[in-house]
Design a protein around this ligand. Structure first.
Ligand code: ATR
Length: 275
């Protein structure tokens, strides 16, 4: 039995136990994957308990990703750049390796589900919080012409730029500043605006004709942008494929097995009624 878990708060609604259950079935593995709610002060103890019980690792979701990165004894380049981990791998007693598969999960989904070519593309990353930090490195590795990080608070965008500038061309601006720039092939919503049920803050003129919007959110938080794109006839994808993509990469880190994401994504969409 492979013991795994996802830590976060809230975490009850997490789709990860279901996704990893489907991966396990595909790969013929027995997996016990739990969702464990944790406050930041309890998180290190709860991770240690899982490891002591023979756990192989865990996923980490908001608001614990930065804490997970700080807990690790060794960090992948992706986790170091993001200063956050969504995956811990228990390699020995007290020896926990951190990785961040969010960005690679996004790139994988952009390529496979959304048919989006990143090489040579002009990309706007809208937002500069934890979600944006998790994906910027992976986006730059695909060699877009430029990634413009647009954020209400300039200092956060600047901080992200400095941490990633050696990977490729990153420029920062305010959301208003985007109006004066050449339009984009891809605008990625990495803000938390949808969680408050707010309308989209993305402007149609930011996109070139045929350009697409990708929302890192899914479910309720993705509805405002999805509706807006539908009204504007802008190609759109929610972040459910990224969720399944990052999960598959974590699963491979723990088990060495490579699940097939397409049927799992299809099944989760059906089960959650997310079209
Ligand atoms: P997450 O981990 O989901 O990224 P976060 O780190 O709190 O959460 O980041 C939230 C992002 O949404 C930030 O880019 C934030 O902009 P600021 O850095 O300026 O706060 C953005 N955001 C949240 N509410 C916003 C709003 N009303 N208008 C514009 N941007 C907003």
């Amino acid at each position: 039995m492979i013991r795994l878990a996802v830590f976060g708060k809230p975490v009850k609604q997490s789709l990860s136990p279901r996704i990893h259950g489907l991966f396990a079935g595909q790969c013929g593995l027995e997996v016990d994957y739990r969702a464990i709610e944790a406050d930041p002060e309890d998180f290190p103890r709860l991770v240690a308990e899982l490891a002591e019980k023979g756990g192989r690792g865990c996923n980490i979701t908001a608001p614990l990703k930065r804490a997970a990165w700080q807990l690790a004894t060794h960090c992948s380049e992706n986790a170091t750049r993001a200063e956050a981990a969504n995956t811990l791998i228990f390699v020995g007693a007290g020896d926990w390796h951190a990785d961040n598969t969010d960005g690679a999960g996004l790139v994988r989904d952009l390529r496979s589900s959304a048919g989006c070519q990143l090489e040579g593309a002009r990309v706007c990353l809208f937002g500069a919080g934890g979600a944006a930090a998790g994906v910027l490195g992976a986006l730059l590795q695909e060699q877009p012409t430029a990634v413009i990080v647009a954020n209400r608070t300039q200092e956060r965008a600047e901080e992200l730029r400095k941490r990633h500038a050696d990977l490729g061309p990153v420029v920062t601006c305010t959301p208003q500043g985007l109006d004066t720039l050449e339009p984009f092939d891809l605008v990625i919503n990495a803000t938390s605006l949808g969680h408050a049920g707010g309308a989209s803050a993305i402007m149609p003129q930011w996109l070139r004709p045929g350009g697409m919007c990708y929302d890192l959110n899914y479910g309720k938080a993705a509805e405002p942008l999805q509706q807006w794109c539908l009204q504007q006839a802008i190609p759109y994808s929610d972040g459910l494929g990224m969720l399944v993509g990052q999960a598959a990469l974590s699963f491979r880190l723990w088990t060495g097995s490579e699940p097939d994401t397409a049927p799992v994504l299809e099944q989760i969409r059906r089960e959650e009624n997310l079209r």
